[in-house]
Design a protein around this ligand. Structure first.
Ligand code: FES
Length: 176
């Protein structure tokens, strides 16, 4: 039996994304500078800067990741570790309305599964998918800190609580 030697690249090695870093307007650069000035350690500004890059590019794409790594003087993997930890940072394009259904204990007990199922049926998409018109993306996420008003979901930055099928219909039908 032969032993296969696998060459695993340590994380400290530079990662080549094969793209040029994103470019932003002077106004956005100035906004980024203002955030950087608030922190004695540059990398502490990672989340505010990620939100700006996401807002400008729609999601954290490879050029955006590279821009952040260069700007914060950290490794691409440092950016990626944070980006993939937080559900509010998107590493894939999302629809105009991102529905994030909480699937953790309180919400699960109170019917999170039915909330997801109702959204899924109403919109004709599965979890992780976006409607063909680009309006809705459906995701399931961990606790959003609103356990006392379970079941709940977040649409973009707004919380919607004590959900029922009727309430979900009202919320989704009212969106412009
Ligand atoms: S368990 Fe759903 S908000 Fe905490």
């Amino acid at each position: 039996m032969s032993t296969q030697i696998v060459n695993i690249q340590p994380l400290s090695q530079p990662v080549d994304l094969g793209v040029e870093p994103a470019k932003f307007s002077p106004q956005v650069e100035a906004e980024i500078d203002r955030h950087l000035a608030k922190y004695p350690v540059m990398r502490s500004a990672i989340l505010p800067l990620m939100f700006i890059v996401q807002r400008e590019r729609g999601y954290l794409d490879p050029p955006g990741v590279l821009y952040l790594a260069n700007r914060l003087k950290v490794r691409v993997t440092d950016i990626w570790e944070v980006a993939t930890f937080y559900s509010m940072i998107h590493t894939e394009p999302v629809g105009k309305y991102h529905i994030q259904v909480c699937k953790t204990l309180s919400c699960k007990i109170m019917g999170a599964g039915k909330v997801t199922e109702h959204c899924s049926q109403k919109l004709g998409i599965k979890v992780g998918e976006t409607t063909a018109d680009g309006r809705f993306t459906l995701s399931e996420v961990e606790c959003l800190g609103s356990c006392g008003t379970a079941p709940m979901f977040q649409i973009n930055f707004d919380y919607h609580e004590n959900l029922t099928p009727e309430k979900i219909d009202q919320i989704l039908d009212k969106l412009p």
